[in-house]
Design a protein around this ligand. Structure first.
Ligand code: GLC
Ligand code: GLC
Length: 794
């Protein structure tokens, strides 16, 4: 079994020791509104605020070879040309290492007595990437060599950049001044932004015209200027602008030199755009370059970035006997939650950055992973999301991050959506105690003058379910529920239809969802508790509606051994033993057991047993079984996938934690733990099979029916991050935020039952020593500011 790297927990890094990973293993940089994706060979791109409309570097998705384009440094040493990150030249290196850390990536390459260390990071408070390049002559004699930088500009709109060539190939414009290359395409007209790539010393040559630098029929691996040791000193006009600096360097034995490159983005007020006709105002760019004009300044900014992450990740730490658990909880899971919060589902190596906006349901769920770290931003996000809601409680399925407006192309009608607003808000208030958010004025569909309180939005969210019940008194599914592919009101034979937006069965719809039913009961209980806590008389009505839903589920949603998944348009069962395929589904088992529906009658235990028996496989719990082997047109997208992938019997990691929490609520600690270990990447044994990064969760792992069960896909941006965080921190380790304190209620195998937790909660710090020997009921600690040391024996 090949191994491509290992964890370095003390540095909070993952160390990749071979560049030819089974898939590019990436990292993210950025904390505010300038973000970068960077692979272990320095591939990727950056953007400001919006990955579609403000794309700075060009990137070609799904290219051949894979992961082409990025910020490349080339070293020409005699006849040898190489890159510290191996790609694109792929010259065999004497040493290679890539360290992905919190918001930065360090790549080290060594060849023929030269060592190049490149530290990439996005500093706090600046819209740029800083690349600190250190080259050392490790040999015993003097060396002369050349260093080239390289980046290719995207013409801002990442979508038209890939389509509209009749225009694009005539718009490119740059300026070169000092050692800075400015990319100013379309700045002459309406754009008020430009990008730049500069360095803190004079260069010996440069290029901005791609064809001159690379050569018409060469690839990134063989730029003709680098091969020849020259530069064309070109100014791009039209065609494809790039940026490359050349340095002719000489180093004595043991000597080093360091350069600081800045790849940045600037916005200018309209009236300050130009300093002379056609000459851009460079003031802001020069200020940014000045901020990193020395190695010391760059190092200081790097230290600030580290402190930022130390602070965030220092709010929850566990120290147990299981290193995989500790590193997941203390480092990578929390980090991934932050990244997912920043990016939603927009830009990864599986999401092109030009597709989706922010999902209503996705963004609410993401909150659960970050609210303990950045409560203020969670608060703002809740208001943003709620502001896209309609007066009847329904909502747009997505909104655009740049405008914060609902996205009309996708529309609404996903009937689980509104309930997630209750989920997100409850998570926020439990963490912060900020009940005041409930009184915030929040508009409908962003229309000024329509403001009502956030609390009112929560009430209509709840009511949106009770206003839309079907023939079995279960929630109507609408276009789909959490499972975007259960499109029970879309009957499509047209391959050009989008399953997401087509809803052609609108009359007399009766398709109902047990997943929404479970979600409603679970969220309804929390909502009732919240209302009671603030003395709102609607609490009773909410409780009654919850009770009614419970009986509807018991009466019409129980299949004998497990919970049904849905009723289709015709009122036929989905996820029943009566079905030929898709007899059992995970979502309703997860939600109905989390909601403890029928627990007293043994339904939850039975449903969990059935989940283990039918859905669990070696790498996790599949979504449904048996997988659909053919397209069923009244079901929609679900059966469009081949067996074992995505919503058709893939291990959709996002919903595995629902079962983990359900197991924990039933006190089944060994089952909960086993499910957790299976989906958690730190426990991965076979990196080649898993393929994607061993330090982050992925949305989907191929299920037992796929060609290669265990292959991971869609890493990074997934609800799995927040849900696994919730499952491990609250259900397994048992640290449960309540409206007025913390409830300690672990559910972990007894052999790991002794551990310590450091938990910052509001203005309190809890240093907990937990000794768990299986006692039920939990231990409640009322909130009190200050430091509290406690031993909790249960
Ligand atoms: C994707 C979507 C999410 C959906 C899930 C299941 O992860 O982002 O909204 O719930 O797929 O279909
Ligand atoms: C597809 C995917 C689903 C995703 C959706 C988003 O339906 O299968 O996972 O949520 O697209 O548009």
């Amino acid at each position: 079994m090949d191994n491509f790297g290992h964890f370095d927990d003390a540095s909070r890094e993952y160390v990749i020791t071979r560049p030819d990973t089974p898939w590019p293993w990436i990292n993210y940089m950025g904390t505010e509104d300038f973000f970068s994706l960077i692979s272990n060979t320095a591939g990727g791109y950056c953007f400001c605020r919006d990955a579609k409309f403000r794309r700075i570097l060009r990137y070609r998705y799904n290219g051949v070879p894979m992961d082409a384009g990025g910020r490349y440094y080339y070293i020409k040493d005699g006849d040898t040309v190489w890159n510290p990150g191996w790609k694109p030249c792929k010259t065999a290196l004497d040493f290679y290492e890539c360290r992905h850390g919190m918001g930065y990536t360090k790549i080290v390459g060594q060849k023929n007595g030269l060592k190049a260390e490149v530290t990439f990071f996005v500093p706090i408070g600046h819209r740029c990437e800083v690349h600190k390049v250190k080259i050392t002559n490790t040999g015993s004699s003097k060396k002369q060599f050349k260093l080239y930088s390289f980046a290719e500009w995207c013409l801002w709109n990442a979508s038209t950049d890939m389509e509209n060539f009749q225009r694009n190939l005539s718009t490119g414009e740059v300026e070169i001044e000092g050692s800075v290359i400015y990319h100013k395409t379309e700045y002459r007209e309406r754009r008020d932004h430009y990008a730049f790539y500069g360095v803190n010393r004079p260069f010996d040559g440069y290029d901005t015209d791609r064809e001159t630098f690379i050569g018409m029929y060469n690839g990134f691996e063989a730029p003709q200027q680098v091969l020849a040791g020259t530069s064309g000193n070109t100014r791009a006009h039209g065609w494809s602008p790039i940026a490359s600096h050349r340095f002719d360097l000489e180093l004595g034995a043991g000597e080093s030199t360091e350069l600081v490159f800045v790849l940045g983005y600037v916005e200018n007020p309209q009236e300050e755009k130009f300093v002379a006709p056609a000459v851009i105002n460079k003031k802001r760019a020069l200020a940014m370059l000045e901020a990193f004009s020395t190695v010391e300044k760059a190092d200081k900014a790097f230290a600030e970035l580290r402190a930022f992450w130390d602070n965030l990740l220092g709010r929850f730490n566990v120290s147990s006997d299981v290193p995989e658990l500790d590193r997941t909880v203390n480092i990578w899971n929390q980090y991934q939650c932050m990244i997912t919060f920043f990016f939603s589902r927009s830009a990864s190596y599986f999401e092109s950055g030009i597709g989706r906006g922010m999902g209503f349901r996705d963004s609410n769920q993401d909150l659960a992973g970050i609210v303990h770290m950045i409560p203020d931003r969670a608060r703002q996000r809740i208001i943003d999301i709620a502001s896209t809601q309609f007066p009847d409680g329904g909502c747009y399925h997505q909104y655009q991050p740049l405008t914060k407006r609902g996205n009309n192309d996708i529309g609404g009608g996903f009937n689980d959506d509104p309930l997630w607003l209750i989920f997100g808000t409850v998570a926020y208030i439990r963490e912060t105690g900020d009940f005041g958010i409930l009184n915030e004025p929040v508009p409908f569909d962003n229309k000024p003058g329509t403001e009502v309180s956030l609390l009112y939005h929560l009430k209509i969210s709840f009511r949106h379910v009770t206003d839309n019940l079907g023939p079995h008194d279960l929630p109507l599914i609408g276009r789909a529920d959490w499972n975007d592919c259960l499109n029970l009101n879309c009957f499509s034979w047209n391959p050009d239809d989008s399953f997401q937006t087509t809803e052609n069965k609108t009359e007399g719809t009766k398709a109902e969802s047990l997943m929404i039913a479970g979600l409603f009961v679970a969220q309804g209980r929390d909502f009732a508790e919240l209302l009671q806590r603030i003395g709102d008389k609607d609490a009773e009505g909410v409780k009654e509606a919850v009770k009614a839903m419970e009986s509807a589920v018991k009466q019409h949603g129980w299949d004998g051994e497990w919970f049904l998944r849905a009723y289709d348009y015709y009122g036929n069962k989905i996820g029943s033993r009566e079905c030929e395929e898709g007899k059992i589904f995970i979502e309703s088992q997860g939600w109905c057991t989390m909601a403890r529906i029928g627990a007293d009658e043994g339904l939850c235990d039975k449903a969990l047993d059935s989940t283990v028996k039918h859905l669990e496989c070696e790498q996790g719990i599949v979504l449904n079984t048996p997988a659909y082997s053919k397209y069923i047109y009244e079901y929609g997208e679900i059966s469009s996938y081949p067996e074992g992938y995505k919503e058709n019997a893939g291990i959709f990691c996002h919903n595995n934690p629902w079962v983990i929490i359900g197991e924990a609520m039933a006190g089944r600690r060994d089952d909960a733990w086993r499910h957790y270990c299976k989906i958690t990447p730190a426990f991965t044994k076979d990196q080649t099979l898993r393929k994607v990064e061993p330090y982050v969760f992925c949305q989907m792992v191929a299920g037992k029916d796929a060609a290669k069960p265990g292959e991971g896909k869609n890493s990074w941006l997934t609800g799995t991050a927040a849900w696994t965080w919730k499952a491990v921190s609250e259900s397994i380790l048992g640290i449960k935020p309540q409206f007025d304190g913390l409830l300690i209620e672990p559910c972990i195998p007894l052999q790991y039952g002794t551990y310590r937790v450091h938990r910052k909660f509001r203005d309190a710090v809890y240093e907990l020593e937990i000794k768990y020997s299986g006692k039920k009921g939990g231990f409640y600690i009322p909130y009190k500011p200050g430091v509290q040391k406690l031993t909790v024996e249960l």
